[in-house]
Design a protein around this ligand. Structure first.
Ligand code: BG6
Length: 513
């Protein structure tokens, strides 16, 4: 066995980017995310020859099950959720290294057993293993897991060497500023910041990384990327799904915590930050933090309020009637949890002063679409003054994050004919057309990056705290107000009137992406 597993992972050809021999331990092995995303991501990395030759996966959970049963669970997850069909050859290699350790998250002895199992593997292959602990449990057990990784010595395995332990921590990273600070404190008593990988899966999306390429590998955008040419920016993360079976989680969270504090703020930071000196983790994250620091506190009340929230009411989606938020399963009748949130933000720095940034996210919206739309100022002058013949639209550059990933630019063109008429036209770049559609899932990129120790696409401790600092006063205000001021929108629509009003105050309207 020892000789066999020293072979590179697939067909003797390992293309991995320098990850040392690794064991990934998933806490929360029977969870939804593990089945839907993590195991399929690891499988696809194996398929692409991106795992190190010596690689193991250990599921850790409360339920006592033998290795073989966990292997079956993993196989079923791959069959159902992997973007690629399961290849028996790749799977049999991976299955042989897929193991399970059971125990309570607060049971020190279970961590000792885990440590013994890892030591046993190291003896078998005659090499030290990097331990990558993936915390994918409900947040109530984050602290005991971190503490026990510390107490058992697992956090300090091979410290200072290429195989030093690392930890990936899933969302939600806190529920307000104080709890995020407390969690950072827990983590940094046990791990050094460079060992910690706070995940936001939006950063693993191809198109989010493409935003950095578009901004910084092309010279045509930068001269226009400021208050002199940009009128405002709209960031939309719209979902068609409702709360579904996640009421237990969602009622405690709401849209602001679930989507805005993390995913949408990250899109904003990458869109508006200054060019980093390099893409190393420190430089890129420094720029994001600087940007987040320049965002002004929002106004919470009165006609100038910068925030809007709402719940969906019953409506039609894809020809089917769907219930309103308050009638969904396990939702409190008087729930004050928002399924939609919108913010109007001002960034007080040299580049952006006076340019509104509008953010919105919601469930049960008209269409699943995430986009960043940069709306440019109108061309000056009177050459194309208002007239029926001139239909002039403001230039808009829209990054479509998902689905139908791509980039489009709205320009004004002459309609062919003997008189001068104009019409807005769209220049389109579509990923699927240019590159084909089988792009890696966000989790593949992020798991690989953590394995090689590259934190660029993960959230730094100070970054998450700054984002919570902006969001927490809104949460506190809404908690105090209860249902007062809660707007509604019909399921299948583009959102509530209160959100349109945030833009109307500046003479703007939401785009229909
Ligand atoms: C998760 C939220 O972080 O992101 C979910 O908890 C949401 O509520 C999901 O549905 C959206 O992710 P994606 O990748 O489907 O846009």
């Amino acid at each position: 066995m020892a000789d066999e597993i020293r072979h590179p992972f697939l067909h003797g050809l390992s293309k991995h980017r320098g990850s040392p021999p690794t064991v990934i331990v998933i806490f929360g092995a029977s969870g939804d995310l593990t089945a839907r995303k993590l195991i399929p991501a690891i499988y696809n990395l194996a398929h692409d020859g991106l795992l190190p030759a010596d690689f193991y996966l250990i599921g850790f959970g409360r339920k006592a099950i033998p290795d073989a049963e966990f292997q079956k669970i993993a196989a079923d997850a791959i069959k159902e959720f992997s973007r690629r069909e399961m290849s028996p050859e790749v799977w049999s290699r991976l299955a042989a290294r897929t193991l399970y350790v059971s125990g309570g998250y607060d049971e020190k002895a279970a961590y000792d057993r885990l440590g013994e199992r890892i030591c046993g593997l190291e003896k078998e292959i005659g090499q030290p293993l990097q331990s990558l602990f993936y915390i994918s449990t409900p947040p109530t057990v984050f602290a005991p897991i971190i503490q026990n990784l510390g107490a058992s010595g697992l956090a300090r395995r091979h410290l200072g060497q290429a195989q030093q332990s690392k930890v990936i921590i899933e969302k939600p990273f806190g529920r307000d500023l104080a709890s995020a600070q407390a969690l950072n404190q827990e983590l940094t008593t046990v791990f050094a910041e460079e060992q910690v990988f706070r995940i936001d899966h939006y950063l693993g999306k191809e198109t989010v990384q493409d935003l950095l390429v578009q901004r910084f590998a092309n010279s045509i955008f930068e001269p226009l990327w400021n208050r002199n040419y940009i009128d405002h920016v709209q960031i939309t993360v719209a979902e068609e799904v409702g709360v579904g079976s996640r009421a237990g989680y969602y009622e405690q969270s709401g849209c602001l915590r679930d989507m805005i504090q993390n995913h949408t703020m990250q899109l904003l930071a990458l869109t508006a930050m200054e060019p980093p000196v390099s893409f190393d983790p420190q430089s890129l994250r420094d720029e994001k933090v600087k940007l987040l620091k320049a965002i002004q506190p929002v106004r919470l009340e009165g006609p100038d309020s910068d925030v809007a929230r709402a719940q969906y009411s019953a409506g039609m989606m894809a020809g089917k009637e769907v219930p309103g938020y308050l009638s969904e399963k396990d939702i409190a009748q008087q729930s004050a949890t928002e399924s939609y949130a919108a913010l109007r933000l001002s960034i007080n720095n040299w580049r952006w002063q006076g340019v509104p940034f509008y953010l919105r996210s919601g469930k049960r919206m008209a269409r699943r679409v995430s986009e960043i739309a940069i709306r440019f100022k109108r061309a000056p002058g009177s050459l194309f003054a208002e007239s029926d013949r001139f239909n002039i639209a403001p230039n808009t550059l829209a990054f479509q994050i998902q689905p139908d990933e791509g980039l489009s630019l709205i320009l004004n063109a002459k309609v062919p004919g003997l008189e001068t008429r104009t019409q807005p036209v769209k220049m389109n770049f579509r990923y699927a057309t240019t590159f084909g559609s089988n792009t890696p899932e966000a989790y593949e990129r992020l798991v690989l990056d953590a394995m090689v120790g590259d934190g660029t696409l993960f959230i730094r401790g100070d970054e998450t705290e700054r984002s919570w600092q902006l969001i927490t006063p809104i949460l506190a205000h809404w908690a105090k107000e209860g249902r007062k001021g809660m707007d509604s929108y019909v399921a299948g629509s583009w959102g509530p009137a209160a959100s349109a009003a945030l833009l109307a105050a500046n003479g703007h309207t939401w785009r229909e992406p």
